[in-house]
Design a protein around this ligand. Structure first.
Ligand SMILES: NC(=O)C1=CN([C@@H]2O[C@H](COP(=O)(O)OP(=O)(O)OC[C@H]3O[C@@H](n4cnc5c(N)ncnc54)[C@H](OP(=O)(O)O)[C@@H]3O)[C@@H](O)[C@H]2O)C=CC1
Ligand SMILES: CC(=O)[C@@H](O)[C@H](O)COP(=O)(O)O
Ligand SMILES: [Mn+2]
Length: 396
């Protein structure tokens, strides 16, 4: 804590969906916070606006070419401007009490690790950190006596369901999946799904990448791995159920048969606010559920033909080691190629599966020690191999 007892906070990925929801909460009580660093990517106008509004010490864009524009917008404010991956890494080493990790993709791993090394409490929205390097990030937190608080809605829900419970009494956890944009589409239409159709989530307002991952169920595949890595459950204890309303976020099943469900409106300010104020609970600006009006909650088993990503996640967990980094990298490349119109919607899972099959035999790569260098090498190999696979596809 600073002498004024303000909490020092940094937000990595401040210009994104999670970053903006975090800023919304912090801006409601600005006097309580000392904002250290805000980072963004292309959206320099928003980054500069919020850095000034929150009186941050430093604003950083990931892209060097945007630095002049950022400097220009911050001129006269006294706020430092910087750019590039190294500047983001440096900002993560600055003392902070609470750090939001909300950069999208594998780029979120390094600042999260550095923030933990600096003993910050890490509010972790960037699920890719746990998928690519779960054991490394958990070991880093332990070594530096730093805390990780889950922000992903399902994981926040499990975390809340486990509060005060004996972990040995947990039989299973169930995370819910909305089913995404195409849950009710005929299977044969999925190959022709467009970018615009895949980018419309039925319940949540999120960044484009996670929204498309929801439609393909890659988001849930990442989340199953995230559950294993964060809570330490066995893969066979983690279940997924399709719940089209996204009101129940997760359930924890105990050895006495009890199933504790976490419900709430589909608004990430709940999970973010919970992580911001933990271990307290504070009043949050989220809708309250009217159960009588909702009347019915629906659940169905996921169809693995429609969602091959779930089967791939099981294979990744069985392989262990650096397989998660390869899986995530291949998924990111496939997603980029779908967004660019290079491959079709169902091709994404096919690309990832082919990458896993091709690299499965590379025992040195797959079973390398869980170091940052090895994670990065596995990530690179996953991307290169994915590009080779994508190159073999006819243009759509
Ligand atoms: N949105 C949600 O409700 C949820 C999100 N999450 C997870 O949280 C993370 C953020 O998601 P979301 O907010 O939706 O994503 P957005 O795409 O909305 O925002 C991503 C943020 O990361 C920045 N960014 C993008 N690429 C890079 C890069 N290479 N280096 C540094 N910064 C970069 C973006 O900058 P800019 O936009 O300026 O280019 C932006 O600030 C993801 O890991 C996602 O899976 C988890 C649960 C729910
Ligand atoms: C809000 C959140 O946590 C997302 O990860 C959400 O889970 C996406 O919805 P799906 O259930 O469609 O993946
Ligand atoms: Mn989620």
């Amino acid at each position: 804590m600073t002498p004024t007892s303000q909490r020092r906070v940094s937000i990595f990925g401040a210009t994104g969906s999670i970053g903006q929801s975090t800023i919304d909460l912090i801006a409601r009580d600005l006097a309580a916070y000392d904002v250290v660093a805000l980072t963004g990517g292309h959206n320099v106008a928003l980054l500069a606006r919020d850095a000034i509004r929150l009186n941050a010490d430093i604003a950083i864009t990931a892209h060097e070419e945007h630095l002049p524009a950022l400097r220009d917008r911050l001129s006269g404010s006294g706020i430092e401007a910087a750019a590039g991956e190294a500047a983001i890494e440096e900002a993560a080493t600055r003392p902070a009490d609470w750090v939001m990790s909300a950069i999208v993709g594998a780029a979120g791993l390094l600042p999260g690790l550095r923030a933990l090394e600096a003993r910050a409490t890490l509010a972790l929205a960037n699920k890719e950190s746990l998928v690519t390097a779960g054991p490394l990030i958990m070991a880093t937190a332990k070594a530096h006596h730093a805390r990780i608080l889950p922000v992903d809605s399902e994981h926040s829900a499990v975390f809340q369901g486990l509060a005060g419970e004996n972990l040995a009494a947990v039989e299973r956890v169930i995370i819910t999946a909305s089913g995404g944009a195409f849950r009710d589409w005929p299977l044969e239409k999925l190959a022709h799904a467009t970018l615009a159709q895949a980018s419309a989530h039925p319940n949540w307002d999120m960044g484009q990448r996670i929204t498309i991952d929801s439609a393909s169920m890659f988001n849930k595949a990442l989340e199953v791995i995230e559950t294993k890595e964060y809570f330490g459950f066995r893969a066979d204890q983690i279940e997924v159920v399709v719940h089209p309303q996204s009101l129940v976020h997760a359930l924890v099943g105990f050895n006495d048969g009890a199933l504790m469900a976490h419900l709430g409106a589909p608004d990430m300010r709940h999970a973010i606010g919970y992580a911001l104020h933990w271990p307290d609970r504070r009043t949050l600006p989220v809708d309250r559920l009217d159960l009588a009006q909702i009347a019915t909650l629906e659940f169905r088993a996921p169809d693995e033909q429609r969602y091959p990503a779930l089967r791939l996640a099981r294979e990744v967990m069985a392989a262990g080691g650096l397989c998660g980094a390869i899986f995530n990298a291949a998924k990111e490349e496939a997603l980029d190629s779908f967004i660019a119109g290079r491959i079709g919607f169902m091709d994404m899972a096919d690309v990832v599966e082919q990458v896993l099959t091709r690299l499965d035999a590379d025992v040195t790569l797959m079973q390398g020690a869980m170091t940052l260098d090895n994670v990065r090498a596995a990530d690179q190999m996953g991307r290169i191999t994915a590009q080779q696979v994508i190159g073999s596809y006819p243009a759509v």
